[in-house]
Unconditional design. Structure first.
Length: 313
């Protein structure tokens, strides 16, 4: 009997995402985090995305200079809204009746969708992101990723997503599961290299990423939202700050195999052939984040040279 770490979920953020005209496919995007005092100019950042063949860019909050630089580029952009703005966005139209988080999130999504429709961007999808972290215990993916405390929020959010056809954005970090329990979770399993798959009922898992994604699909099915599709809003591997779990080698292996896996279009054991876009976290190392691993998720140094060879630029 295979043993799984319980994939517990925490709603760390409920950032709103505008996934602009983002088709459901197997594109690889990269998050452009901006917590650095030495990052390249917006124009140079856009050039680097283009040069490296990255056609999706995710921005955590609107920034006029970057949006200007993106004009006329072929990049597709996913744009976040600051969490702190969420409540006021939700309250612009109707007062939240019971103060529940779900009310804010769903109402905020509705208000943003209305605003976007009103300026003619009707193809734009509005969604929210859900942070999936790997913590504690031993349930299989089929048990589902939504803990009791988030079920009601997710029911509300997914009923909106089903109406609009927008995907749910999920952040999936096998790194954290592995680094917090390297005894039970093998590096090979976390980095798509295992030769010893983990079995859950009829399904066989050859990597932790699929197991985590399937725990979300299973949870969605349990609340009657099995038709909600996913975008992976964040995943990645830090290169330093928590050795030996962090290293350039591990980060390169994880991201290289991730890209190959996603682009194969195979989907996951629970949803074979179901494709989704994935955003790697992150474009640059960011020196204004807390010290340690937080500063070391970048594919590139701020001077735009690669931290490790991943993309052909
Ligand atoms: C899910 O989508 C499929 C295909 O579009 C449809 O046949 C099915 O009824 C949907 N299921 C639910 C629960 O809405
Ligand atoms: C997935 O695609 C493959 C290749 O096209 C096909 O043989 C297989 O039946 C598909 N599986 C499902 C569940 O659709």
């Amino acid at each position: 009997m295979a043993s799984f770490r319980r994939i517990r979920t925490i709603l760390l953020t409920f950032a709103l995402i505008l996934a602009m005209q983002m088709s459901f496919s197997t594109s690889i995007g990269v998050n452009f985090g901006r917590n650095g005092d030495n990052l390249p100019t917006p124009q140079n950042v856009v050039s680097l995305y283009n040069k490296c063949g990255i056609n999706l860019l995710r921005l955590f909050e609107p920034n006029p200079d970057i949006l200007e630089a993106l004009k006329g580029s072929n990049l597709q952009v996913s744009l976040g809204v600051r969490n702190g703005d969420m409540q006021s966005l939700a309250l612009t139209k109707e007062a939240a009746t019971n103060g529940a988080e779900a009310t804010y999130v769903t109402q905020a999504m509705k208000n943003i969708k209305d605003a976007i429709n009103s300026i003619g961007l009707t193809n734009t999808k509005v969604t929210t992101s859900f942070y999936l972290s790997g913590l504690a215990t031993s349930y299989p993916p089929s048990a589902g990723a939504f803990t009791n405390d988030v079920v009601n929020v997710m029911k509300d959010v997914t009923s909106y997503l089903l109406q609009t056809g927008a995907p749910l954005m999920v952040n999936v970090y096998p790194y954290y599961s592995y680094a917090s329990n390297p005894k039970d979770i093998k590096l090979e399993y976390a980095t798509f290299q295992t030769t010893n798959p983990v079995v859950d009922g009829d399904l066989s898992y050859s990597n932790l990423f699929d197991a985590m994604v399937d725990s979300v699909y299973a949870a969605l099915e349990k609340i009657g939202a099995g038709n909600v599709s996913l975008i992976i809003g964040e995943t990645g591997w830090p290169t330093a700050g928590n050795e030996p779990y962090t290293s350039k080698e591990n980060a390169e292996t994880y991201n290289k195999n991730l890209i190959q896996h996603v682009q194969s279009g195979k989907g996951t054991p629970r949803k074979p052939n179901q494709t989704f876009n994935v955003f790697i976290f992150a474009m640059f190392n960011e020196d204004e984040k807390p010290g340690g691993i937080e500063q070391n998720w970048g594919l590139f140094y701020p001077n735009m040279s690669p931290v490790y060879p991943l993309l052909s630029c």
